[in-house]
Design a protein around this ligand. Structure first.
Ligand code: GRF
Length: 313
């Protein structure tokens, strides 16, 4: 398959989740490929496996290194590998907030509990002690809070009478191996998935006062109730293969300036004229804060004065 999304995996130990991700990527229709396996532990068993499978590896012990320096050394390898996402798979180091912020939305983790229950360690022991009916696992985006961040998927695993933590952990691990590959595939695919991109636009557009969603010529379209439209999402318009947000701008000068500054991202939308700009959403590096701002400006430019006055910019 052409154009698989390159992913780096960080491990500290056995690396069975890494192996599951790697072997899942052997499927012809898998949308990602593992381009690097990195570890803070040169003895991690997963490194040998990855190397034997022909995947690049990198190991750097963290002992004696400042956290930020260790993170930076790993990050340099990730960038050199071309990876666009990082999957943490039993990586037992806390990453610096700066590193986490730089990879926001592009770094995932797997945790052996049904979050929000049991963050941290000894998850199975705690599930058993609490008398839970299920343990399980969660794949989530990594944020500055340990084992928090938006969840991408969960699998519940029944606790059997007489289970000890190791027995439960073993069965949860089987579920982890299935769940992780599936969630990673969905994550790397969604940035070019029209339904996901329209959903992201919808969240920001509908947060604006008196916004409503309609459909215009088959396009998702956002306007002010009983008023004018301020945004359209163009998905493969006339088969052009692009997904783009159309918003209002000040006019031809701004339109030309934007297109000159970043011709891969901005284009003049056909049939809309000088007062609009099309912003590609499917390039994989969309800054959603910028998109939210563009939507606000566009909303402002069509809002009746009374309504506009309630928005302070
Ligand atoms: C897994 O249980 C995972 O959920 C947790 O660490 C363990 C790693 O196991 N974060 P492995 O190294 O993938 O076998």
């Amino acid at each position: 398959m052409a154009d698989r999304v390159p992913v780096a995996v960080f491990i500290s130990g056995t690396g069975t989740n890494m192996a599951a991700l790697l072997y899942a990527s052997r499927a012809a229709d898998c949308p990602y490929e593992i381009v690097l396996v990195a570890s803070n532990n040169p003895a991690a068993a997963g490194l040998r496996l990855a190397a034997a499978e022909g995947t690049a590896t990198f190991a750097l012990p963290h002992k004696g290194m400042a956290r930020a320096d260790h993170d930076a050394a790993l990050e340099a390898q990730v960038l050199a590998s071309g990876a666009r996402f990082i999957a943490l798979a039993g990586y037992m180091r806390i990453l610096s907030p700066e590193f986490v912020a730089r990879w926001e939305g592009r770094m995932v983790n797997i945790h052996p509990s049904l979050l929000p229950k049991y963050t941290g360690l000894q998850t199975h022991e705690r599930a058993l002690a609490a008398g839970d009916e299920h343990g399980g696992c969660t794949v989530h985006l990594v944020t500055a809070q340990l084992d928090e961040g938006p969840m991408l998927g969960q699998t519940a695993v029944a606790i059997l009478p007489g289970d000890d933590a190791d027995q439960l952990a073993g069965r949860v691990l089987i579920a982890e191996h299935q769940l992780y590959a599936r969630c990673l595939a969905a994550l790397v695919t969604r940035e070019t998935d029209p339904a996901h991109l329209i959903g992201e636009v919808r969240k920001h557009a509908m947060a604006l006062p008196e916004a409503e969603e309609t459909v215009s010529h088959g396009m998702a379209c956002f306007g002010i109730v009983k008023g004018k439209k301020f945004a359209y999402v163009n998905a493969n318009h006339h088969g052009d293969g692009r997904i783009a947000l159309l918003v209002k701008i000040s006019g031809l000068d701004e339109q030309q300036h934007l297109i000159e500054t970043d011709p891969a991202r901005f284009f003049r939308p056909a049939y809309f004229g000088d007062g609009w700009i099309a912003i590609r959403l499917d390039l994989g590096d969309t800054d959603w804060d910028d998109i939210a701002e563009s939507l606000q400006r566009s909303w402002m430019s069509v809002a009746p004065r009374k309504l506009a006055a309630i928005m302070e910019f």
